[in-house]
Design a protein around this ligand. Structure first.
Ligand SMILES: NC(=O)c1ccc[n+]([C@@H]2O[C@H](COP(=O)([O-])OP(=O)(O)OC[C@H]3O[C@@H](n4cnc5c(N)ncnc54)[C@H](OP(=O)(O)O)[C@@H]3O)[C@@H](O)[C@H]2O)c1
Length: 437
């Protein structure tokens, strides 16, 4: 039996996907049953890396999603509104869907999965999180027999590239960002990456899978890397830490082991001890660390983007669907394989950041007076916050720079102490506050 794929988009990922499908030799044997019957693009005159028979390439995407001969529609056009329109239309026509689009899933996943489950079709999205690294399939399958307690990811390659170069070169954020844009590692509009929004989309998807419920994207607390300075990177390094943009989902389960009532869900730069496995993830690479009971810690690491890597994840989803369909008779093709389906009914409650308990790194600009450190320590102490280390790093004509790392404290209490710190005569500014692992 053969299966027809309709590809929407022939850009970076679409081209990589077509290359794998058109060159199936030596790969999974099920790929031999897959053909690309239509490919939808915007501009028919553009030069392409892959060649198709006449009539395969079209700019009529509506015709692809309605084509009765197509079994699986692969959405690789990106964006939100147009992608959503074609995904829903494909589902309405009874097609299975594969997408690499985290933005559309994190915003409209509920609507998409409700429609897919009602219609009895699969929607697969391995490539939407961590590019080529298999993460969603392991969470649904091999890791899914564990109780997942925490997922911590470096799931945005652009910010990891920028932070790696800032550390290696002692360079400032703006200079590295400009160079990353020049080299094609960052978009002309870098907002989604550097402000943590892309990582927020992805951790929302991971949390939904790991903790068995729906996530409101607005519930993900999100802080990017724009405010990280070369000074913070250098001070962190001297103190034995590496700064990484982490996306974290974790929940405390009741004794019964049932799903947690509430989870923490956040994206923010974090000082990681230099020996932590995620601190060793450099450049554009991604990694996802899963803490699972009874398995323990598993780190999935590799290329989080790129033509071939992302296409590998897309095609793995196509093969999973083909494998599932091959075990069903035509009459009962109802997409009910529990290892592939996505069933989430109720929303997961997300704890406010004020309740988070964490250590903090804080950089304080002060006047150069002997009493300053004492006053800072006293202000924190009045809020029950003890300091793990305090270092007066730099003294210059504008005053002194003090870097402190706290012991664990509730974030709400820590923020109150910071507000009070800023009222002290000797304190002129608190330019950096970062979470510490
Ligand atoms: N690039 C990566 O490494 C990567 C990694 C993980 C996930 N993703 C996700 O994969 C998806 C695709 O990314 P990409 O990098 O491959 O994008 P891309 O290179 O910009 O390609 C987009 C493709 O979609 C077509 N297209 C866009 N809007 C269209 C419309 N309205 N009608 C018809 N065709 C349209 C374009 O047609 P033309 O060719 O005619 O312009 C192009 O072929 C996105 O959701 C992205 O977030 C990408």
């Amino acid at each position: 039996m053969g299966y027809n794929v309709g590809l929407l988009g022939l850009g970076t990922v679409g081209t990589g996907t077509a290359k794998i499908i058109l060159d199936a030799v030596g790969r999974h044997p099920l790929l031999e049953t897959v053909s690309i019957s239509r490919v939808g693009v915007r501009n028919l005159d553009k030069a392409r890396d892959v060649k198709f028979a006449d009539g395969v390439l079209t700019d009529d995407l509506d015709a692809i999603v309605a084509d009765p001969s197509i079994d699986i529609v692969v959405e690789l056009i990106g964006g939100v509104d147009t992608a959503l329109k074609y995904i829903l239309a494909a589902i309405a026509h009874g097609k299975h869907v594969v997408t690499a689009n985290k933005a559309v899933i994190s915003r409209h996943g509920d609507e998409i999965f409700d429609a897919a489950n009602a219609k009895g079709v699969y929607v697969m999205l391995e490539a939407a999180v961590a590019g080529g690294i298999p993460v969603l399939a392991p969470l649904k399958q091999a890791l899914g027999v564990n109780r997942i307690n925490r997922i911590t990811g470096i799931i945005n390659g652009t910010t990891n590239y920028i932070l790696t170069r800032m550390k290696d070169e002692g360079a400032d954020f703006a200079a590295v960002l400009a160079d990353a844009q020049h080299l094609g590692y960052a978009e002309a509009d870098p907002t989604a990456d550097v402000d943590g929004l892309d990582a927020a989309d992805k951790i929302a998807i991971l949390a939904s899978l790991a903790f068995g419920g729906r996530i409101q994207l607005d519930d993900v607390s999100c802080e990017g890397i724009r405010k990280i300075s070369a000074a913070d990177i250098a001070y962190a390094k001297n103190l034995g830490f590496t700064i990484r943009l982490l996306a974290i989902a974790c929940g405390h389960r009741p004794d019964s082991g049932a799903m947690p009532d509430e989870i923490e869900l956040r994206v923010h730069p974090t000082l990681l001890p230099a020996h932590h496995p995620l601190a060793t993830v450099e450049g554009v690479n991604n990694a996802v660390l899963v803490e699972a009971d009874p398995l323990g810690e598993v780190m999935l690491y590799g290329p989080g983007a790129g033509e071939g890597a992302t296409a590998s994840a897309v095609v793995s989803d196509i093969v999973s669907i083909v494998a599932a369909l091959g075990t069903e008779t035509a009459q009962q093709a109802s997409a009910d394989n529990p290892l592939l389906r996505w069933d989430r009914d109720s929303y997961i409650r997300v704890a406010p950041m004020a309740d988070l308990v964490s250590r903090f790194y804080v950089r304080i600009l002060t006047q150069d007076r002997p009493s300053v450190i004492g006053h800072i320590g006293m202000t924190f102490g009045q809020h029950g916050i003890s300091l793990e280390s305090v270092v007066q790093i730099d003294v210059h004509d504008r005053g002194a720079e003090i870097v402190a790392i706290t012991h664990e404290v509730r974030e709400g209490e820590f923020r109150k102490a910071l507000d009070e710190l800023l009222t002290l005569d000797e304190v002129s500014d608190v330019p950096s506050v970062l979470h510490v692992w």
